[in-house]
Design a protein around this ligand. Structure first.
Ligand code: NAI
Length: 251
């Protein structure tokens, strides 16, 4: 039986982290060719080695890609084309978090967080979506956050960037619909990764306490939603933001 991503060619950013890694594993298990990228190029290369050893049906290659660097994007698209063909799937997953609120955030945190999450997502769509039209269409999944949907009383730069990702997702979906490219966002709640490990206990505990399902998500549970939105099963879904949050925004 062919996989849900067989014949597909994907670029995944921030792939060495918790959610990115789970997305790469799912895509490879479903038969895709995957360019595994991260600003930490060694970690991306190590992951590809591990995944090759797992005997998954898809093919993987790695590349260092800083999502804030336009030249890195150009080279990544070139490499994907050389190794696999025109990319038809992009997962803008790379992200960084800073916790300062309105009156505590610093300009340096703002520039870093908005630079990676927001500007990086735009640069990725700008670099890859035209290539997708040569592939005959495709799908973009942008990893936003529940912090794109509701306030938390902190992390002003992160909220700004994730909210912008949601808005960019909608407008890119409208712009590219006639070119056969769907664009959606996932909005995870608390996920058990290095990003949440780094949060102050009080903040992390508060997020889980506000989650009706009463636990953080595993990265694989977010990857399942990314796979759905990237796959043909979501053929009539574009411009949406899917909360994968254990009910956090349902209250
Ligand atoms: P993580 O910290 O495990 O992984 C993030 C990855 O992004 C790392 O491998 C890091 O090297 C990479 N990265 C950082 N800056 C980069 C850059 N300039 N260019 C390319 N790669 C870069 O975090 P996690 O949890 O896997 O996060 C993935 C995405 O999910 C992020 O966009 C994050 O904001 C989002 N998210 C995470 C949640 C959580 O609770 N963990 C909740 C909601 C959203």
């Amino acid at each position: 039986m062919s996989g849900r991503m067989s014949g597909r060619i994907a670029i995944v950013t921030g792939a060495a982290g918790g959610i990115g890694r789970a997305v790469c594993e799912r895509f490879l298990a479903e038969g895709a060719g995957v360019l595994v990228t991260d600003v930490d190029g060694e970690a991306a290369a190590a992951l590809v080695k591990q995944l090759a050893g797992a005997g998954l049906p898809g093919r993987a290659a790695s590349r260092r890609l800083d999502v804030t660097a336009p030249a890195d994007w150009t080279r990544a698209v070139q490499l994907a084309r050389r190794r696999f063909g025109y990319p038809d799937t992009l997962v803008n997953n790379a992200g960084v978090l800073a916790v300062g609120g309105v009156d505590a955030g610093t300009e340096a945190d703002w520039d870093r967080v908005v630079g990676v999450n927001q500007r990086g997502t735009w640069l990725g769509m700008r670099a890859v979506m035209p290539a997708m039209t040569f592939a005959g269409g495709g799908a973009v999944v942008n990893v936003a956050s529940v912090f794109a949907l509701v306030g938390s009383g902190g992390a002003i730069a992160y909220h700004a960037a994730k909210g912008a990702i949601r808005a960019m997702t909608a407008t890119a979906a409208v712009e590219y619909a006639s070119r056969g490219v769907r664009v959606n966002a996932v909005c995870p709640g608390t996920v058990a990764t290095a990003m949440t490990d780094a949060l102050p206990d009080e903040l992390a505990g508060g997020l889980v306490a506000g989650t009706p399902l009463g636990r953080p998500a595993q990265p694989e549970e977010v990857a399942a939603a990314v796979l759905f939105l990237a796959s043909h099963e979501a053929s009539y879904i574009t411009g949406t933001a899917l909360a994968v949050d254990g009910g956090y925004t349902a209250r």
